[in-house]
Design a protein around this ligand. Sequence first.
Ligand code: DAH
Length: 350
Amino acid sequence: MIDIDRIKEDFLNQKEGVDSLPALNNLKARFLGRKGIITEQLKNLGSLPKEERPLWGKRLNELKRFIEQEIEALRASIIKTEAEEALRRERIDITLPGAFVPPGRPHPVTQVLDEIVEIFRSMGFAVEEGPEVELDYYNFEALNIPKDHPARDMQDTFYIKTDRNAPQRSHPMESDVVLRTHTSPVQIRGMMKRKPPFRFIAPGKVYRCDADISHTPMFHQVEGLMVGEDVTFAHLKGVLEYFIKRLFGEETPVRFRPSYFPFTEPSAEVDIGCIICRGSGCRVCKETGYLEVLGSGMVHPRVFEEVGYDPQKVRGFAFGMGVERLTMLRYGIDDIRLFFENDLRFLRQF
Ligand code: DAH
């Protein structure tokens, strides 16, 4: 005799706690698997008296079908519940406020650089670019700074490739390779691909092997060059004075002071009234009342000759300025390294 009711009751009891597919598969294996209770019972039918076999066979098969149906119904319901839960988990409340993404802004040096470019654009200057990895020829030689010229000491050069013992070179392209120490080589490149008259500026990065509170190994310069038949020192003064008053304010005192650069003659440095003490003398201006902001001069005839211009026929003026320095003066910053530490407390102030 087989206790059909008992098996059914066992099944229904065990079914109670099943709420996942793995648990359901276990349940199915226990009753319908190869060694499952129902399967075992069906195998045992043979040991019953012959006349009883059809009856028990029928009842067992009914129970088997019942269990199969129950299991499939439960499977469908588990799948449905799991899908609903997944949907609930994935639901996005689009009415929630979005995550705040703080907006960035241009670096203070970039802001001043952009302003400088804009001021010269307004005076009709084009914008030229040159390579940061530069030939010694463009960086020094063509600018009237030959090897062993003392002016090379003013600019601690990063050499990429050098051959100091090489015999006199026959071709400029065989020269040493450097990180440009100033933007002045763009003067040469710009002149070689143009015909006067023209005026352009050349902003960009420059490199010097130097670091302290007023020097960083990389900084930015803006070079300027204007060439034509009758360009004079008066044009140089007019352009640079206008530029400085736009950058630092109409009331800013401007002074031109004689100086020396190998690629200009005559040369002048331009000073503005000290923005800290307003001219009365302080530590920042070393009691002079003035601060140097840029170098300039009339293009040296040798430089014109180097690019194939006739110094009897064209004249020009050139200038160069350090953007970090101008930014420091503009905002009263006393340590250049602040520009490169990327401390947000500093950068947010601009
Ligand atoms: N190249 C110079 C420097 O880096 C700056 C400079 C001075 C540029 C006078 C000029 C100039 O074009 O005329 O210190």
